[in-house]
Design a protein around this ligand. Structure first.
Ligand SMILES: Cc1ncc(COP(=O)(O)O)c(C=O)c1O
Length: 381
């Protein structure tokens, strides 16, 4: 059963204090709304356009509220499900339907019922759907998504989506000729370690603008900004922004082009921890009550190791450290965390492990397989 311990107000407490009083023994999701709000404000200070949040990354209402408090009220959505969810939560938000493949019913519902005016495409047939389903209205902004070269992202997205420069330029002309407003977008890939990826992508934007000679209404720089997982060396956001500014300077865009980006991970990853319990120890193997079918699928897919620490409420651990293989809760043989975790030698059944920087693509990908799930959700100051 999931016990939601939400809206506790300003809880000046720590995970250790919560565990001392916790009577359950299922995993706990801990959210820090203030960190998320601060991250949102920091990002907006550094970026010269609007910041739109990619809902897919983490749709938890406490997280959305914290982003709103931090000044972010526009959202990148990928489906009618996300559109309805956000519109129910906040009718006033502006939505950007940035999935380049949509059903006709989704295009219609988004436009007619939810007032969506921003749609992404990367192929002529997808553009035809928009022409056929929607009226000729210059308020409709159609983004041609560009494929970008693979440059240091953990999750490449251009193997699946994106047009090359020549195709993109033809699509821009069709959009313009069809009476809709042309725009461009790209996504350099998620958890992108190389800041220059954005400058390279913006050079591609320049090439498309030169070939097509079509004025664009909006330019969307996507997401991809990285956070730190164990063993990562990640450049600060400022370095990414410098590359973006250099790329933008070389474009000389008209002043009225609306510029935005749509990060997910970098806004919310640091704002959530998952605290899981050790259910069994077999020598160097630990069995915990969360796993890859819970919050840890992305760690498994990309080999991320979130920062972690062992907790034994009310007492300490041995100073000696040992490497442990950590197995997840389900019966599936694949349910094991990547790499080995360095934990106290004397860790045992009943101890807890906090996994930090777990706000991105964790809750959103949890399946509840085998009936396992989070037991408590706590917001901390
Ligand atoms: C279209 C789009 N925008 C934004 C994002 C968010 O990316 P990130 O979390 O890497 O910032 C994604 C992630 O897959 C995406 O597909």
């Amino acid at each position: 059963m999931t016990i939601l311990i939400r809206n506790l107000g300003e809880m000046h407490s720590t995970i250790d204090a919560i565990l001392s009083n916790y009577e359950g023994d299922g995993p706990i999701r801990v959210i820090w709304p203030r960190r998320i709000k601060k991250n949102a404000q920091h990002f907006q200070r550094l970026f010269s356009g609007n910041v739109v949040y990619a809902v897919k990354c983490n749709p938890d209402p406490t997280i959305l509220e914290a982003l709103k408090q931090g000044g972010i009220n526009n959202f990148d959505v990928a489906s009618i499900g996300e559109i309805e969810f956000i519109k129910t939560w906040n009718q006033d938000s502006t939505l950007y339907f940035q999935h380049p493949v949509k059903s006709r019913s989704a295009i219609n519902l988004a436009y007619q019922k939810h007032g969506v005016r921003h749609f992404s495409i990367d192929h002529r047939d997808e553009l035809n759907k928009i022409f056929e389903e929607l009226p000729t209205n210059p308020e409709i902004v159609v983004y041609v998504r560009l494929a970008t070269p693979e440059l240091g992202a953990k999750e490449d997205l251009s193997n699946k989506f994106g047009a090359n420069a020549e195709e993109a330029s033809k699509l821009l002309k069709c959009i313009y000729g069809g009476g809709l407003s042309p725009a461009l977008s790209f996504h350099v890939g998620s958890q992108c370690y190389r800041p220059e990826a954005y400058r390279v992508a913006l050079a591609l934007v320049k090439e498309v603008l030169n070939i097509s000679a079509i004025p664009i209404r909006c330019l969307n720089l996507g997401g991809g900004f990285p956070v730190t997982y164990a063993g990562d060396l990640v450049a600060p956001l400022e370095v990414f922004m410098k590359e973006i500014d250099a790329g933008l300077n070389s474009l000389s865009l008209d002043q009225d082009v609306e510029l935005f980006c749509e990060p997910g991970r970098s806004l919310v990853a640091e704002g959530m921890s998952v605290v899981a319990r050790v259910c069994l120890r077999k020598k160097n193997k630990l069995y915990i009550n969360d796993g890859i079918f819970g919050h840890f699928l992305e760690t498994y897919l990309h080999g991320f190791q979130p920062p972690n620490r062992a907790i034994r409420p009310g007492s300490g651990f041995s100073q000696n450290i040992k490497s442990f293989e950590v197995f997840g809760a389900t019966c599936d043989g694949n349910d094991v965390l990547p790499g080995k975790l360095e934990l106290p030698n004397d860790i045992r059944e009943g101890d807890w492990i906090e996994f930090g920087n777990m706000g991105a693509y964790s809750l959103a990908l949890s399946s509840g397989f085998n009936g396992f799930g989070v037991e408590a959700v706590v917001s901390l100051c």
